[in-house]
Ligand binder design. Structure first.
Ligand code: ZN
Ligand code: CU
Length: 500
C-alpha cells in the first residue's frame, strides 16, 4: 500500500493521555491514519521528518463562537495556527442557526455576527453553507437556547409560554435530526435569565431523544455559583443527558478561592452523572460590556465600542476619568461595547485547568475587532505556560484535554486520537518552542512552535504559512443512540403530543 504521507521519528502522543511512543504514522489517500512500528520503511509520496518534534491529534476547540467566522473567514488562521483542527460552535446559548431575526439582534447574539450574518432559518442551511465554504477546520454545532427564544418569543425578558416551548422543541428536534450535536444555554445573559429550569428541561427532553449533549454558560459564575452548578446538573439529570459546563470559573473578587468547593460539588454530582467542563487558560474573561459586571475591584479593558470606537484598547477607569463620569455612567455611554474583565484569581484558573474532567476551550470572539488574546493563544498557552513552565500537568495530559477527552465528551467519532482508521487530523509541534504570542495589547498574533497541521489528511499549515486548499468538514452528530430508532418506536409522536 502506498501512502500519501509518512511522518517518522516524531514522538507520538496518541491523545489518550498515555506517554509518547516513537512510531511511524501514515496517512492514506482517503485521509485516514495508520500506525506502524518505528523505522517501518514504508513508502509514501511525502515523508516528513519529525525528529525532535511531537505529533498529536489535531486539537479540538470545544468552546468557540466561530459560527459565522468559519463561513466568512474560512482560512481560520487564528485556529489552525494553534494546531486546532475542529471547532465546536453554537456555545453560550447563541448559535447562527436555526435563526430568524425579526427586528433587532438580541444581546449577546451580536457576539457572533451582525444582523445580516444570520441567514440560516434552518440548521440544514447552515450545514450547507459550512460545507460550501469548506473552512480549514472541521465544524460541529450546538443549537443555542437563546437563538430558539429569539425565534419564537418577542419579549425575551420573561419565561417562555407553553406554546413557545412547544415551538422551540419542534425546531430543536429538527436541527438535531439535521446533525446538531446538542443544546447550549447562556442563562447568565438577560435574554435567557428569565427562563426557568423547567424551560431548559423541556428542551433537554429533545436532546435526550436524539442522543445529544447539553452545555451551559451557567446562570451565574459569581456568588451564587454553587446553586448554578446544582441547577446545571438537575437540568441534565432530568433526562439523563451528559452535562458540559462552559468556561468554568469563579468570577468576581468576592468569589476568589472558591474553585475548591466548586470542584468538590462537581466531583460529588458527577459520580452519578456524565460530566465534563471546559476552561480557557487566562484569569480574565471577555464578553459584551455589562453594567452588572462593572466594578472598581479589578481592571476592565474596553475591546470595542460602537458609539466610541476610539476607546477600544483603553481601560474603563481611564475613560471615566477623561469624561469625568462614574464607571457605570461611562459604561452606559460606551455601550454597545465589548470588554475584558480581570475577574478571576490565577489560583482558581489553575485548579480548574488541572481538574481531570476539564477540557480546553478558547471561548475566543472572532467578531471582536480587538479580541481577548485567548482567540489566538489558548492552546499553545496551555502547552507552554501551564504544562512546560508551571508543570500543572504533563504533556500527555495536556494533549488529552485538547483531543481524546473532548472527542469522547462531544461524541466526535474517529477523531481526537492517533489510531488506525481515525481521520488524519494531526499537529506536529516543537515542545520546547511552542508558545502563545498574542497579548492584550496585540492580540492577533499566531503561536510559535506549531510546525505542521493536517486536516482530514491534507497538509493545511506549515511553518507559519497557510497552504492552498482547505479540507474541513461539517461533522454531524453521530448516532450513539440513533434518532431514527427512537423515532421509529413512535417516540416522535409521543414527544410532539406532549402538552406543557
Ligand atoms: Zn459563555
Ligand atoms: Cu462562550
Amino acid at each position: 500500500m502506498k501512502y500519501s504521507t509518512l511522518i517518522c521519528d516524531a514522538a507520538v502522543l496518541d491523545g489518550s493521555g498515555t506517554e509518547e511512543k516513537f512510531l511511524d504514522v501514515a496517512i492514506s489517500a482517503d485521509g485516514t491514519l495508520s500506525v506502524h512500528p518505528h523505522n517501518s520503511g514504508l513508502s509514501a509520496d511525502e515523508t516528513v521528518n519529525g525528529d525532535g518534534l511531537y505529533l498529536a491529534p489535531g486539537f479540538i476547540d470545544v468552546h468557540t463562537h466561530d459560527d459565522t467566522a468559519v463561513i466568512k473567514t474560512p482560512e481560520m488562521m487564528n485556529k489552525i495556527s494553534q494546531g486546532v483542527t475542529t471547532v465546536i460552535v453554537g456555545n453560550c446559548g447563541i448559535s447562527a442557526s436555526p435563526v430568524t431575526i425579526r427586528d433587532e439582534l438580541p444581546n449577546p447574539m451580536n457576539l457572533i455576527g451582525e444582523k445580516h450574518d444570520f441567514i440560516y432559518p434552518e440548521f440544514s442551511g447552515f450545514v450547507k453553507a459550512v460545507d460550501k465554504a469548506r473552512p480549514n477546520v472541521n465544524v460541529a454545532a450546538l443549537v443555542g437556547h437563546t437563538s430558539l427564544r429569539n425565534n419564537h418569543m418577542t419579549d425575551l425578558f420573561r419565561p417562555a409560554s407553553a406554546k413557545e416551548i412547544k415551538a422551540m422543541k419542534l425546531q430543536l428536534r429538527q436541527a438535531l435530526k439535521e446533525g446538531a450535536i446538542g443544546l447550549s444555554s447562556g442563562l447568565a445573559y438577560n435574554s435567557a435569565f428569565e427562563a426557568p429550569e423547567s424551560e431548559i428541561i423541556a428542551l433537554i427532553e429533545e436532546v435526550a431523544a436524539a442522543g445529544g449533549i447539553y452545555t451551559t454558560h451557567m446562570r451565574t459564575e459569581f456568588d451564587g455559583i454553587l446553586d448554578a452548578v446544582n441547577e446545571s446538573f438537575d437540568s441534565a439529570v432530568s433526562h439523563r443527558v451528559p452535562l458540559i459546563i462552559s468556561h468554568l470559573k469563579c468570577a468576581g473578587s468576592a468569589n476568589w478561592g472558591r474553585s475548591v468547593e466548586v470542584l468538590k460539588l462537581i466531583s460529588e454530582r458527577s459520580d452519578s452523572h456524565p460530566f465534563a467542563c471546559d476552561c480557557y487558560p487566562y484569569s480574565t474573561s471577555s464578553s459584551n460590556l455589562d453594567p452588572g459586571q462593572v466594578t472598581d475591584a479589578y481592571d476592565i479593558f474596553i475591546t470595542w465600542s460602537e458609539p466610541h470606537p476610539d476607546k477600544s484598547g483603553k481601560l474603563l477607569t481611564e475613560i471615566a476619568t477623561g469624561w469625568n463620569l462614574s464607571l457605570i455612567e461611562t459604561a452606559y455611554k460606551l455601550m454597545p461595547a465589548g470588554a475584558v474583565y480581570h475577574c478571576m484569581s490565577e489560583e482558581d484558573v489553575q485548579n480548574i485547568l488541572k481538574y481531570e474532567r476539564t477540557m480546553i476551550g478558547s471561548d475566543g470572539l472572532p467578531h471582536d475587532p480587538h479580541p481577548h488574546p485567548r482567540l489566538w493563544g489558548t492552546f499553545p498557552r496551555v502547552l507552554s505556560r501551564y504544562c512546560r513552565e508551571l508543570n500543572l500537568f504533563d504533556l500527555p495530559t495536556a494533549v488529552n484535554k485538547m483531543t481524546g477527552l473532548p472527542a469522547r465528551e462531544f461524541r466526535i467519532k474517529n477523531r481526537g486520537r492517533i489510531e488506525d482508521g481515525y481521520n488524519a487530523d494531526l499537529v506536529l509541534f516543537d515542545p520546547e518552542k511552542i508558545r502563545d504570542t498574542a497579548t492584550y495589547n496585540d492580540p492577533k498574533k499566531p503561536a510559535e512552535g506549531i510546525e505542521k497541521v493536517w486536516v482530514n489528511g491534507m497538509l493545511t499549515y506549515s511553518n507559519g504559512k497557510l497552504l492552498d486548499g482547505r479540507a474541513g468538514r461539517f461533522l454531524k452528530r453521530q448516532g450513539w443512540r440513533r434518532l431514527s430508532q427512537a423515532y421509529s418506536l413512535g417516540k416522535e409522536e409521543e414527544i410532539s403530543n406532549t402538552e406543557y
